[in-house]
Design a protein around this ligand. Structure first.
Ligand SMILES: *[C@@H]1O[C@H](CO)[C@@H](O)[C@H](O)[C@H]1NC(C)=O
Ligand SMILES: *[C@@H]1O[C@H](CO)[C@@H](O)[C@H](O)[C@H]1NC(C)=O
Ligand SMILES: *[C@@H]1O[C@H](CO)[C@@H](O)[C@H](O)[C@H]1NC(C)=O
Ligand SMILES: *[C@@H]1O[C@H](CO)[C@@H](O)[C@H](O)[C@H]1NC(C)=O
Ligand SMILES: *[C@@H]1O[C@H](CO)[C@@H](O)[C@H](O)[C@H]1NC(C)=O
Ligand SMILES: *[C@@H]1O[C@H](CO)[C@@H](O)[C@H](O)[C@H]1NC(C)=O
Ligand SMILES: *[C@@H]1O[C@H](CO)[C@@H](O)[C@H](O)[C@H]1NC(C)=O
Ligand SMILES: *[C@@H]1O[C@H](CO)[C@@H](O)[C@H](O)[C@H]1NC(C)=O
Ligand SMILES: [Fe+2]
Length: 509
C-alpha cells in the first residue's frame, strides 16, 4: 500500500549541460511547490518538493550563478501514499563543493523560482556559525496558531501584531545555517482537536482525512520561506505518527487510532515527505541519522519507536498514546547499536562538538503523564551520551522553554557550564501550534536554571570555536533574546584547516 516507499534509494545521476526541461511536459500539476532542502553528506544536498502529479524523473538544474544553471541532477523518486493529494519528489545532488552557494531550479519551475542553497561546511572547518532549533512547530494561520482559539479550548493565541516563529526565523535567516526540528511537525493530526474545540465549526469527523492533508500542505507552503534556501533537518515526534492526536474526545466520543485511514498511521506522511541523510550515516530513514557541519557532529535520535534496551515497538512504553507505530529498524536494538557506533566513529579533533536531539525529554519540569517524561529513553540513551562526552542534548515535546544544568543520572554536574563532564540539557519546544504553550510544573526541577512558558520562541546555537558554544532563546514576537548561556569545554583548538575544499569534480564544464 505504501507506494514507492521502498524506492528510497536516491539514484541521482548528474547529466551535463544543455539538458533543459522540456516545457511541454510542464502543466499546473507538475508545478513545483513546498521546496525543502536537507544536507546529504559533506558533498551533497537533497532537494525535495511536491507536485500534484507524479514526475517520472524528477530533476533539478543547478549551478554557481542564477543565470547559468548548467548542471542537472535526476532521480526516480516521486512518491505518495493513500490520502495524500501530492507527490513528494526527492533529488539528491552529489559532488558539490563544500560551504558553497549554489542556485537551483526544480523541474518545471518558472523564472521566479530560482532558489539558492549553501552546502555544508567542510568537516573540521573551525569557522564560527549558528543554527536554529525548535521542536513542536505547528501550522500557523487560520487552521492552526492564530490570534483566536476555539470557544471550547486552545491556549495562548498570538497577540495582535506579534510576529510568529516563521516570521521571526525568516527575519533572522541571514544568521543561521539550517533549521533543526526534532519532531512534531505541522500538527496535521490536530484537525480532530480543533473540531472538538469548535475552532473548525463547519467540519465533521468525516472530513478528517482531507483536513489532515490540507493542514500538511498549508504547513509546507508556509515553511517554504525558510526551507527553500536553508536545510530543514527533521526527526520523528508523536504527532507525526497518526491522524488521531493520540486520542481526542469530541462530543463525548473518545476517538482513537481506529479512525485513521491507511496513509495516516505509522509515520507514513513523515516517511514520504523527507529524505534525511541516513544512507550517509548508516541510520534508518528519517528516524535516526547523523551529519557533520564544520566543527560539529549532529545526531538525531528516535524516542517514538525502536528505543531498544528490551522495549519493542509498536507498543513500547515510551511510544505511548496508542501510537501503534514501527518498528523501523530491522531488529530491536538497531538504533542503540547505531548510536554506539556513530559516537565511536566521531573524530573529535575534527568535530569537537557533538550535539544530539530527541523528541521526548527526560530532564524536564513536566507532569509524567502519557509518557511525557521518557524515563526509558534516559535509561537506554544516557549511558552512551555520557560515555562519549556528548556536549548538548536538545529536547522537545513539552511546549515551553527550559534550560537545565549539565546532568548525569539526575545529578547536577558540579562544574556547571565551566567544562562539565556531563551533557547539557535544554528543552526548546515553544515555536507554537494551535494549542499554544504548555504550563511548566512547579516547583521546577532542582536542575533548572531558566524556564519560561509564556512566550513563543526558538533556539539559536552559535559555535564560536572548539571550546565555546552559546545557546540563546529568541522570543518570536519581537526577536528579543530572553535567555543566553555559554558552555565552555576545556579543549585545545587545532588551527582551523578550512577543511577539504575539493569536490565538485563531476561534470565540470
Ligand atoms: C512562478 O512561481 C511562483 C511561485 O510558485 C508563482 O507565484 C508564480 O505565479 C509563477 N509564475 C508564473 C508565470 O507561472
Ligand atoms: C517581524 O517579522 C518581519 C518579517 O519577517 C520582520 O521584518 C520584522 O523585523 C519583525 N519584527 C520584529 C519586531 O521583530
Ligand atoms: C461556518 O459556516 C457558516 C455558515 O455558512 C459561516 O457563517 C461561518 O463563517 C463559517 N465559519 C467558519 C469558521 O468558517
Ligand atoms: C477505538 O474506538 C473504537 C470505535 O469507537 C472502539 O470500538 C475500540 O474499542 C476503541 N479501541 C480502543 C483500544 O480503545
Ligand atoms: C510500520 O511500518 C514499518 C515499515 O514499513 C513496518 O515494518 C511496521 O510493521 C509497521 N508497523 C505497524 C504497527 O503497522
Ligand atoms: C514516568 O512514568 C513512567 C511510566 O509511567 C515511569 O516508568 C517512569 O519511571 C516515570 N518517570 C519519572 C521521572 O517519574
Ligand atoms: C573561543 O570563543 C570565545 C567566545 O567568542 C572566546 O572568548 C575565546 O577566546 C575563543 N577561544 C579561542 C581559543 O579562540
Ligand atoms: C519582547 O517579548 C518578550 C516576550 O513576550 C517580552 O518579555 C519583552 O518584554 C519584549 N521586549 C520588548 C522590547 O518589547
Ligand atoms: Fe510531542
Amino acid at each position: 500500500m505504501e507506494r514507492g516507499l521502498k524506492a528510497s534509494i536516491l539514484l541521482a545521476t548528474i547529466v551535463c549541460a544543455s539538458v533543459s526541461t522540456a516545457k511541454s511536459e510542464c502543466t499546473d500539476k507538475t508545478a513545483p511547490m513546498q521546496m525543502r532542502l536537507a544536507y546529504a553528506g559533506d558533498r551533497g544536498m537533497t532537494v525535495s518538493w511536491n507536485t500534484y502529479s507524479k514526475l517520472d524523473h524528477p530533476s533539478v538544474r543547478y549551478g554557481l550563478h542564477p543565470d547559468s544553471l548548467d548542471r542537472k541532477a535526476v532521480s526516480d523518486v516521486s512518491v505518495t501514499y493513500p490520502t495524500s493529494t501530492t507527490y513528494n519528489n526527492h533529488v539528491k545532488i552529489n559532488g558539490l563543493k563544500p560551504d558553497t552557494l549554489y542556485y537551483y531550479q526544480p523541474q518545471c519551475g518558472n523564472s521566479s523560482q530560482i532558489y539558492s542553497m549553501k552546502t555544508a561546511r567542510p568537516v573540521g572547518d573551525s569557522t564560527p556559525f549558528t543554527i536554529a532549533v525548535a521542536g513542536d512547530m505547528g501550522l500557523i494561520g487560520p487552521d492552526g496558531l492564530t490570534t483566536t482559539t476555539g470557544p471550547n479550548g486552545g491556549t495562548a493565541p498570538l497577540g495582535p501584531g506579534d510576529n510568529n516563529t516563521i516570521q521571526s526565523m525568516e527575519s533572522l535567516k541571514s544568521e543561521w545555517d539550517f533549521f533543526w526540528h526534532p519532531g512534531d511537525i505541522a500538527y496535521a493530526d490536530y484537525w480532530l482537536k480543533e473540531e472538538a474545540q469548535g475552532f473548525l465549526p463547519n467540519y465533521t469527523v468525516a472530513d478528517g482525512q482531507a483536513l489532515y492533508e490540507k493542514f500538511l500542505n498549508e504547513y509546507f507552503d508556509e515553511m517554504t520561506a525558510l526551507t527553500a534556501d536553508r536545510p530543514y533537518m527533521v526527526g520523528p515526534g508523536n504527532h507525526d505518527s497518526n491522524c488521531d492526536n493520540g486520542g481526542t474526545t469530541s462530543n463525548g466520543v473518545a476517538y482513537n487510532i481506529s479512525i485513521c485511514p491507511v496513509g495516516q498511521t505509522n509515520f507514513t506522511g513523515f516517511r514520504n515527505h523527507y529524505r534525511m541523510p541516513s544512507q550517509e550515516s548508516s541510520g534508518v530513514e528519517n528516524f535516526w541519522y547523523s551529519f557533520n557541519h564544520g566543527m560539529v557532529h549532529f545526531i538525531q535520535l528516535n524516542t517514538e519507536t525502536d528505543i531498544g534496551g528490551g522495549f519493542v515497538a509498536p507498543d513500547e512504553p515510551g511510544g505511548s498514546e496508542g501510537m501503534n507505530s514501527g518498528p523501523f529498524g530491522s531488529y530491536p536494538n538497531e538504533q542503540l547499536d547505531w548510536l554506539k557506533n556513530d559516537l565511536e566513529s566521531v573524530d573529535r579533533s575534527k568535530t569537537p562538538w557533538v550535539i544530539a536531539a530527541v523528541h521526548r525529554p527526560w530532564y524536564v519540569s513536566a507532569k509524567n503523564t502519557s509518557g511525557s517524561i521518557c524515563t526509558i529513553c534516559k535509561d537506554v540513551f544516557e549511558p552512551l551520551l555520557v560515555e562519549y562526552g556528548v556536549d548538548l542534548v536538545m529536547q522537545a515535546h513539552t511546549h515551553y522553554y527550559e534550560r537545565n544544568q549539565p546532568l548525569n543520572n539526575y545529578v547536577i554536574d558540579p562544574a556547571g557550564l565551566n567544562n562539565p563532564q556531563s551533557p547539557w540539557y535544554i528543552t526548546s519546544a515553544a515555536p507554537g501550534h494551535y494549542d499554544g504553550l504548555d504550563s511548566l510544573v512547579r516547583p521546577l526541577k532542582p536542575y533548572v536554571v531558566y524556564a519560561q512558558d509564556t512566550a513563543y520562541g526558538w533556539s539559536k546555537i552559535t559555535f564560536h570555536n572548539c571550546s565555546h558554544m552559546t545557546h540563546e532563546f529568541v522570543a518570536s514576537r519581537n526577536n528579543t533574546i530572553l535567555d543566553t548561556a555559554t558552555l565552555f569545554k576545556d579543549r585545545k583548538c587545532e588551527p582551523g584547516t578550512g577543511g577539504d575544499d575539493g569536490g565538485d569534480d563531476t561534470c565540470e564544464i
